[in-house]
Structure formats: C-alpha cells, structure tokens
Design a protein around this ligand. Structure first.
Ligand code: GLA
Length: 378
C-alpha cells in the first residue's frame, strides 16, 4: 500500500524552477542520504516542471531535454534508486504544463507507461491549461487508472490547487495526496494564507490520501524560484510545526547543499516528524481562535496528543489575557478526570506536568509552540 503515512521528500520547484539538470538532482540525492534526510523518512526526490523537450517524439512519447538530462531519465532513476530513494516526476492534466511543456491531456496512458518504464515512483500532476470543456475529476481519475494499469506502484500527487471540490473526490478517484491551495512562496504572508486556509479542511486528509497545502519553504531564506523575501527562523519553525500538526505531506524545497544547520535540524526534528507521521492520521481540532491566535489539539496513537499554539498576528503576546489557551475540558479532559497532562515542548525537549489547561508563557509575532502530551494520574 502507498501513502500509509503523509509522503515525505524533496521537490525541485521552490528553489530551481526551470534551472534543473541531472547533476543537481544527483547532488540532491547525495545530500538526502548523506545528511540524514532519508533516515528521517524523506524518501521521494521529485523533478518538477521544465524537464522535457517542447515536442513529443515520433511515437508520441515525452522526451527529457538532453541539454538538462543527457543521461536520460532511466539512468537518473537508477542513480536515485541505488541510493535507497524513490524517484518522482511531473506532468499536467492540461494540454501544456504551467511552464508550457507538453502535457498529458489525451496522452494519459502512454505517459503513464513512459513514467513506469523509467522507474518513476511518484507523479505530481498539475492543472494548468486545462480545457474549459473538460472535467477535472475525470481527468484525475484517468491518470490514476493509467498509472495503476502500468502495474508499477506510483504515488499519485494531484495538483489542482483546491479547485473543483477536489477535497471531496481526490481519495475516491485514487489520488494519494491533493494540492488544496495555490502556490506557496517564501514569505510569511504566503505561509499564513495557505496554512490558515486549510486549518478546518483536514477532515478528508487521512491514511492513503492527504490534503497537501504545498511544499515546505523552510530554509530557503528568500533564495530561488519562489523566494519572495524569505522568512525568519520563528516563521520557518511555525510553518513546519503547522504542517506537522496538520499531518500533511512534507516535501522540502530548499537547496539541501547549502541549508543552514539549524534548518536541517528543524526538518529532522524527531518529535515533530513523529506528530506528522502519526499512524492514525487524525485531523486536529481548533480549541481556541481569537485575535489571530489559534490553539489546536490532535489525537495521536499510543495514548498521546499534540497541542499547538500559533500567534499569526504581528504583535508580541505575553500576558495571560492575550495568549492562547488550551482548556483541557474542551477536548474531553475535564478537571474531575483525575488526570494531568505531561507535556513536552517539541523544540526544546523540556517536559513538565500541567493541570486543567496549557498556555504558552508568551508568543513572539508569528511564533508557534507545539507540545507532545500524554495523560498521567494526579
Ligand atoms: C504550478 C504548481 C507548482 C509548480 C508549477 C510548475 O504552479 O502549482 O507547484 O509545479 O506549476 O510550473
């Protein structure tokens, strides 16, 4: 079975856009393995748009651009597989990809076969230049079936930006994840808009098919294709904490060859990854929402919970009356229960026992705090 957990990996788009080639992809594969990302679960290495020639060949097949991929995709897939990684590629449901390359509308079965022949394990399937007269659900169903018909296990990552009610049919038609938003860029405003837009739309995201609020911008520092000024460390932490609390795919987008150690540690934080990858894959509940601040509680497996606090405002919040609070009775742990919560701050590793409520001491503008929790008897 594919997508037993939210898929994890790296994708070329955020940093490289059209500037991709096989040497860079090989170097990224090396970094994913040698720097410990694969060991943490980041297994898919995905080439996004702009890998093909502008024309199909005489057999109607897609052709990798020989200037960018002189060894061909099969050889690159072999290199990636030999490292223990999985290999991902990109196409689009429309008549051209977003960047204007040949796309799979009307070519679904031959393209699926081509990808399977090359050893592709993951297909991101975009939505640009999609005919007005065509039906999105049918188009995604067709590619899902075409991939399945190859006999190769290929994870199907739908990317139609939350359009056409995709939240309600992605799972039924065989997708393993579905983009639920427009494109993220490397700025607090973008993280904020995209993150908040899905906070209450995670109930259809679960084992086998996940809501995908787009790739991670952690560590980009404003560099690259979608670098739009970048974020500070507080904001990258909040972004990663939100994606992990949501239990959604974690597809990195920064240049792993130059990432700062603090962001590598963030992306490899064991407690955060445990929350993201929890096997029950339940959505969080919003238990506090006021003044642009949120508290969410999520049931995890093995008797655990996660509680997250997000200050999405531009203000410092450091008073009891202006910081968010999680009141335990709001998620089923009333004061007479006989239980406290043992809470571990996922960023510092500090553990303490608290009764009846949890409130962070203070939150900087845009800061998040996230706790892994377990009930303990008084
Ligand atoms: C769309 C997608 C992006 C990326 C680009 C490539 O905008 O949403 O994630 O794949 O196309 O052109």
């Amino acid at each position: 079975m594919l997508a037993k957990r939210p898929p994890m990996g790296w994708n070329s788009w955020n940093t490289f856009g059209a500037k991709i080639d096989e040497n860079m992809i090989r170097e990224m594969a090396d970094r994913m393995v040698d720097d410990g990302y694969l060991a943490c679960g980041y297994e898919y290495l995905v080439i996004d748009d702009c890998w093909a020639l502008r024309e199909r060949d005489e057999n109607g097949r897609l052709v990798p651009d020989p200037a960018k991929f002189p060894s061909g995709m099969k050889a690159l897939a072999d290199y990636v597989h030999a490292k223990g990684l999985k290999f991902g590629m990109y196409s689009c449901a429309g008549i051209e990809t977003c960047a204007g390359y040949p796309s799979s509308f009307g070519h679904e079965f031959v393209d699926a076969e081509t990808f399977a022949d090359w050893g592709v394990d993951f297909l991101k399937y975009d939505f640009c230049n999609f005919p007005k007269s065509a039906d999105a659900r049918t188009a995604y169903s067709t590619m899902a079936v075409a991939l399945k018909a190859t006999g190769r296990e290929i994870l199907f990552s739908a990317c139609n930006w939350g359009c056409c009610d995709v939240h309600h049919w992605a799972r039924a038609v065989g997708c393993h994840m579905f983009r639920s938003t427009g494109d993220i860029n490397d700025s607090y405003a973008s993280f904020r808009e995209i993150g908040l837009s899905q906070m209450k739309l995670l109930d259809t995201s679960a084992v086998g098919c996940y809501n995908d609020p787009d790739m991670l911008i952690v560590g980009m520092n404003g560099a690259g294709n979608v670098g739009m000024g970048g974020c500070n460390e507080i904001e990258y932490r909040a972004h990663f904490a939100m994606w992990c609390l949501y239990g959604v795919p974690l597809i990195m987008g920064c240049d792993l060859r130059v990432i700062e150690p603090k962001y590598r540690e963030l992306l490899q934080n064991k407690l955060l990854l445990r929350i993201d990858q929890d096997e029950e894959s339940r959505p969080p509940m919003v238990v506090y929402e006021q003044w642009d601040m949120y508290a969410l509680v999520r049931h995890l497996s093995n008797g655990e919970y996660a509680i997250g606090f997000f200050n999405m405002s531009d203000e410092l919040r450091d008073k009891p009356w202006n910081t968010p609070i999680a009141v335990f009775s709001d998620f089923g742990l009333p004061v007479y229960s006989g239980y406290d919560l043992e809470v571990t701050d996922v960023f510092t590793g500090e553990t303490r026992v608290v009764s009846d409520r949890l409130r962070p001491d203070g939150l900087q503008p845009h800061e998040a705090k996230l706790y892994l929790c377990r009930p303990v008897k008084h």
